[in-house]
Design a protein around this ligand. Structure first.
Ligand code: BG6
Length: 512
């Protein structure tokens, strides 16, 4: 795809130096859904942080679209407050002033043709006033029910039309449907208006440094790859635990649940990166090819009564505070069957992974906030020690700590100092904070910049989304037919069935 941004050259940058970050060319971003939490807490701060890092063009434009009766300056104030409250990098008045000059607001609803015509005028004014060159990205931070209408309006007002000299891109946030059929419908609607290389589907986990580091750890080192297969690996555990509850999120979460919210996307992407074969290169096509292969080979293990667990948090104590159960959170039905905890076992039917279960679990109101990928190794085939010497020896593990406390832990056995031979588990740690002076950028900084650069590697394509639904759908159907989720007390690690699904094969969940 030849685009204006690819032709634009930052005069300060030596194009031969690949270590320097790429700077976005002339362009603007339009956000639909600017009154939502995501915009305030993530998107607006990320845009400022990018500007502060010098990665946006000097004439960058930012347009908000919403129903509120706001003037440009009211929206500017909203962005300012969001930046002040949530930006990662320090506030610099001169950066803000430059960004503020490019802020615009268009008032209207999604069914209002005039509003979209005004939006078209606004972006073309930005082209004249700020030199955005006809290059515009449209960020749909809106419920999926609104996608079809917004896409239709963008088509009608010709905002979706790209050309040899200008690009137009659309960014969509999950959920991409609630099952395979609805995802296919949604994709059809989006692809009616935009061709596939204009579409950027956000899975913000792929924007996280620690997630991208899975590829570096696996494919830049000699140490791990020889062991990374069913000869040595016993199983893989992927955990995304959160301590927060769902107060205030009923509108989105009721009827969706933990599996659709994060397993279908974030956790299956983590699984895919852990399990893929080495890509021929890291260009988007080669990486995608490997991800598609591994997702195609993945199935949920059966019988689901024994290989899955589903829970809903009840009231309890967390962080010294009494917290309500889901059924007492505002907006949730008193008979809600929405799960707040989900765990599944997957099989990856490839030569590398046959027989190695991948366990995925996630939950709200769990013991603490932690996301990790743990590769747990088989025991040594022979232990030439007295039985008592290795009583406290567990299984070796390689753990990628996605967040917080980002880094990697290796667990292995070591002799306890003393006159007898006693082996106990110890850990060896790499922490970003100790090893690098560079701070970790927010996922949304990386992803928004990639949209503006037209760099699609970190965005799941249509087929990945559909394959992920194919994996999850049978479990969701089984759960729907088989009663309600088990309850678990807030602040614990999920329902008893979660432990049972591991215990039946003599395994157990790590306590991160
Ligand atoms: C979102 C989910 O995608 O990820 C939320 O919808 C979840 O339910 C959030 O809380 C977690 O993101 P992070 O980056 O804080 O792990």
């Amino acid at each position: 795809m030849s685009s204006a941004s690819e032709q634009w050259q930052n005069p300060l940058r030596d194009p031969r130096d690949k270590r320097l970050p790429r700077v976005a060319g002339p362009c603007s971003l339009v956000i639909f859904g600017v009154t939502g939490d995501l915009s305030r807490k993530k998107l607006m701060p990320a845009i400022y942080d990018l500007a502060n890092r010098g990665l946006l063009p000097p004439g960058f434009g930012l347009t908000g679209f919403a129903r509120r009766e706001w003037e440009h300056q009211d929206f500017g104030q909203v962005v300012y407050d969001a930046v002040k409250q949530h930006a990662r990098t320090p506030f610099r008045q001169e950066v803000w002033d430059r960004l503020a000059e490019g802020i615009r607001f268009v008032q209207g609803s999604f069914d209002d043709d005039d509003a979209f015509d005004r939006l078209a005028d606004t972006v073309s004014e930005l082209d004249t006033e700020r030199g955005t060159g006809g290059n515009h990205a449209f960020y749909l931070s809106v419920p999926p029910g609104a996608f079809p209408l917004v896409c239709k309006q963008l088509a009608r007002s010709k905002l979706a039309d790209d050309g040899p000299e200008q690009w137009r891109r659309v960014v969509i946030e999950k959920p991409f449907g609630h099952d395979l059929a609805s995802a296919q419908e949604l994709n059809a609607v989006v692809n009616d208006v935009f061709h596939e290389d204009q579409v950027f589907r956000i899975d913000h986990y792929l924007g996280k440094e620690t997630v991208q580091n899975i590829l570096a750890l696996r494919f830049a080192n000699q140490l791990f790859e020889p062991l990374w297969n069913s000869n040595y690996v016993d199983h893989v555990q992927i955990t995304m635990a959160e301590d927060i509850g769902l107060g205030g999120r009923a509108g989105y979460y009721e009827g969706i649940g933990a599996a659709r919210d994060v397993i279908q996307n974030h956790l299956l992407q983590l699984m895919a990166l852990t399990a893929i074969e080495e890509p021929v290169s890291f260009n988007p096509r080669d990486l995608r090819t490997e991800k598609l292969k591994v997702l195609s080979a993945t199935r949920p293990a059966e019988p689901f009564a024994k290989t899955t667990a589903r829970g809903q948090y009840a009231g309890g104590w967390q962080g010294g505070q009494k917290v309500p159960g889901l059924l007492d959170e505002s907006g949730f039905s008193k008979t809600s069957c929405t799960e707040t905890f989900a765990a599944i076992e997957l099989e990856v039917n490839t030569r590398r992974w046959a027989g190695v279960p991948f366990y995925l679990r996630t939950g709200k109101r769990l013991g603490r906030r932690v996301t990790e990928v743990a590769v747990v190794f088989k025991r040594a085939p022979h232990l030439p020690f007295d039985d008592t010497a290795t009583e406290e020896l567990g299984q070796n593990a390689f753990v990628v700590r996605i967040q917080p406390d980002e880094g990697v832990t290796m667990r292995f056995g070591s002799k306890v100092p003393g006159s007898t031979m006693e082996v106990r588990d110890v850990t060896m740690d790499f922490g970003y904070g100790h090893s690098f002076t560079e701070a970790l950028p927010e996922a949304y900084e990386r992803l928004i910049l990639d949209v503006l650069l037209g760099e699609p590697s970190l965005f799941p394509v249509n087929e990945e989304v559909e394959l992920s639904w194919e994996i999850l759908d049978p479990v969701l159907r089984y759960w729907e037919k088989n009663g309600s989720p088990e309850t678990y007390r807030a602040g614990t690690w999920g329902p008893p069935s979660a432990n049972a699904m591991m215990a039946r094969t003599g395994r157990h969940w790590r306590r991160p």
